[in-house]
Design a protein around this ligand. Sequence first.
Ligand code: SF4
Ligand code: SF4
Length: 160
Amino acid sequence: MGVLDPLKGFGVTFRNLLTKPVTIGYPEHKTPVYPRFRGRHRLWQFENGLEKCVGCSLCAAACPADCIRVVAEENTPENRVSAGERYARIYEINMARCIFCGYCEVACPFDAITLEHSYELSEYTREALIYDKDMLLEPAPKQPPLRPNVPGDPTPAVDA
Ligand code: SF4
Ligand code: SF4
């Protein structure tokens, strides 16, 4: 090691003291995802409340991870759930197996399922990672807006 090497090292340190940090203080600060990011799934309804999913199982057939379970049932005049002949009485996705490939979204002929931008999906049990239809019909939790990552800024980025 040369005599000047420690000084060179300190030079690097002092130079970076003056530059903008590249790290993000997650989870208080979050970077926005790309528009085509594939995160948590969502099932969609029409404005009149009818579900777009008709229980055809094409998404389940296309899923390479075999993690979608659809059990269809006929709509009746007394119980009309979807706009088609049938609806998904059970619609489940095992998020522990999902690889977020988006094939289910592509396979769906009715745009009934999409992958949204929410990615905070950790749970403590495997059971909690099986999303049922009610969960999937809920809008995905919004990602909070990006705030500048100011060192020492006590303001949380997530609105309480
Ligand atoms: S994103 Fe891919 S792996 Fe996940 S449920 Fe859809 S098809 Fe299956
Ligand atoms: S989400 Fe689409 S492809 Fe899957 S069962 Fe419903 S209508 Fe069929």
